[in-house]
Design a protein around this ligand. Sequence first.
Ligand SMILES: [Zn+2]
Length: 439
Amino acid sequence: MNMTTLLLRNGRIINNGQEFLGDVLIREGLVEQISDFKIDAHDCDSIDCEGCIISPGLIDIHVHFREPSSGKHEETTESGIASAIAGGFTTVCTMPNTTPAIDTPEIVQVAIENAKRLGQCRVLPTACATIGRKGRAIAPIRKMVSSGSIAITDDGDVVEDDAMMTAVLQECAKNNVPFMQHCQDPNTTVGGVMHEGIVQKELGYGPWPRSAEESIIARDIQINETIGAKWHAQHLSSGSSVALLREAQANNQPISGEASPHHLLLTHEACRDLGTMAKMNPPLRELSDINLLKEGIADGTIKILATDHAPHPLHTKNKPFADASFGIVGLDCALALYAKALVEDDVLTWPQMLSMMTLHPAALINRPELGRLQVGMRADITIIDPNYTWTIDSNTFASMARNCPFDGWNVTGRAIATIFGGNISHQILNDRFAHCNQS
Ligand SMILES: [Zn+2]
């Protein structure tokens, strides 16, 4: 058991929709006290949080850690966790598009145990909707949920067949588990590698229309109308998708969606300048899409921020555009990028943005306790310096991968300490930390 006592002094506590200046006392891994008064504690380690935010540990519901895998050259659970805690995350949800795919209760269990052994960060696996993510046979959803899978998804691929989608949503509803859709109609993206538009025509790459995303969202909303499963759209890219979600929510459907840093900060123009580093699935789109996504975030249609952390070795990016892998790493620098897209652009305040990284994702995965600080509960806490300026350099990332289009960007805001179960798992505290030898 962790016997340390840790006092977080004089921080801006942002928790559960509230905000005040105060102290947090952690003892034996649990939150012992949250106070807007100065807590008098002796013989304990302390962190001076002046000018910093004390937040519940950040949650990312969409990451790829590439385990299990035949070759662990892209990312492992261990390096993925290192990347997560460097970015301030204490809970991440891993996607099941691994080798083999996570489609049995046994593989779910192994994934959970591997992560537990490493500690430092909570890794909650999602599991496949269909066996091998092939769309042909439904996976044992009930058993995988009993084994600890917190969501169902074939991420990387859509569940294409209407009857299969219906069966999957019925099973998700029955087991009270969210379904996360990778919204891509494969029939309209054959050979597609970038956003259909003027830049794509100029560069001569295969087109990927917005409708590939929108048509799946529209279809799923319709299928789900009578089922009422918790349905979630992953990595939204098209501005018009937001209107579909908004309308379904107005009709009281439990529909949600997530936005990723790259879809809020980069457009298809980046494919011209950055080449394959800007190759994403779904693709980067236009400024009009970014503006509509931000509108959806501002009005609460999109309630969740997620990175889609997708590590790839550089040799899979150093290829002709059509052949290169899709995706970028996200965990190390996501917080500052969200702040750039949303806080610096006056779309959200810090408390609103942090709700999208704590309260709301925790609610989606039916683990509300993970999204807030509560006396007597586990101390998973992120200390954020919102004024910390730094330059993104993927060579310093804890992730094994370097595929990041944001290298060289000057950003503001950083997790200066990540606390998991009362233990500091990552920190750049310098003289804010004071150690006390307990007698
Ligand atoms: Zn996806």
